[in-house]
Design a protein around this ligand. Sequence first.
Ligand SMILES: Cc1cc2nc3c(=O)[nH]c(=O)nc-3n(C[C@H](O)[C@H](O)[C@H](O)COP(=O)(O)OP(=O)(O)OC[C@H]3O[C@@H](n4cnc5c(N)ncnc54)[C@H](O)[C@@H]3O)c2cc1C
Length: 303
Amino acid sequence: MDNSFQEIKEIYNGLIEYDYDISNLMTWKIGGKVRCIVFPEDESQILKLIKYVEKNNISYYIIGKDSNILFGNSYYNGLIIYLGKKFNSFKVLEKQDGYLITCSSGISLAELGKIAKDKVLTGLEFLSFIPGSLGGAIITNAEAHKQSIGDSILNVKVIENGMIKVYPKAICEFNYRSSIFENIQDLVILSVDLFLEKGSLDEILNKMVIAKEYRLKKQPKKPSAGSVFKNPDHVAAGKLVEDLGLKGLFKGDARISKIHGNFIINENHATSEDVLYLINIIKDKVNEIYDIYLKLEIKLFNI
Ligand SMILES: Cc1cc2nc3c(=O)[nH]c(=O)nc-3n(C[C@H](O)[C@H](O)[C@H](O)COP(=O)(O)OP(=O)(O)OC[C@H]3O[C@@H](n4cnc5c(N)ncnc54)[C@H](O)[C@@H]3O)c2cc1C
């Protein structure tokens, strides 16, 4: 009998669950059971876990806040390292021309936005309504209203091939919904240095109101993972879906939102298969009619 998952408990010494229903954590509320999930609090726990799983050939996956993943409904016989719950410490240091903020990657963008607002720092106002963690935001260079997380980054500290490495911004390759980290296998973003400048409180609050109102008006409230596809050049993916008359199309409890064509919502008990079915319909139709190949913004896992 394989004891390696029970041994994780001893080497890691933190919150751990077995046969855990991951759908509880997903913003989409979709996903099956996972053999083991841990919620580390500090870097040393994460390093120990990575060394252990690599030595014992255990399959694992890093999750921030689960707001950009379609997680398959079948059983996942591996380890989930979930950073968006307890791995969220931060330090704020005043500099001559602004503030250096160093955060663990599991901190939520909402919390980060609050820290910035409280210190009257500008640069994160629009981002603070994105329901993800800082680590997840770095992976795809999260963006809203032309403000992207990469704009405020100084350095990103990661575990890569079992070693700690620091990426200065200049080599992070932050672009539209992408970064160098997207394509590196077995990478863990540990912490991030951000630099923010002093702003005006009125302007900061105003931008936050705009961001909040925009979301209330333009995005569905039902469970989703935000935009499913990256926008192709010069056109919004949601507009293509709308023009093709696909809004409202459903499979099981998954439905292409009537409010926003790039969102697929879970109306009750949608499965990963239901969502994939709709994704493929959109891809095929857009390709057939517009000769455009849509790329996924969301990540697929255990599918
Ligand atoms: C309602 C809604 C609105 C949204 N609006 C926006 C928006 O305006 N703009 C936007 O850009 N996005 C938006 N998103 C998408 C999503 O919230 C962002 O992409 C967010 O930054 C993802 O962060 P996360 O922590 O949830 O990542 P997760 O979903 O947990 O993970 C995403 C990917 O990153 C990897 N990952 C996460 N953390 C780490 C880490 N520390 N180290 C290594 N890999 C890691 C995961 O393995 C996975 O591949 C929206 C989502 C929802 C549900």
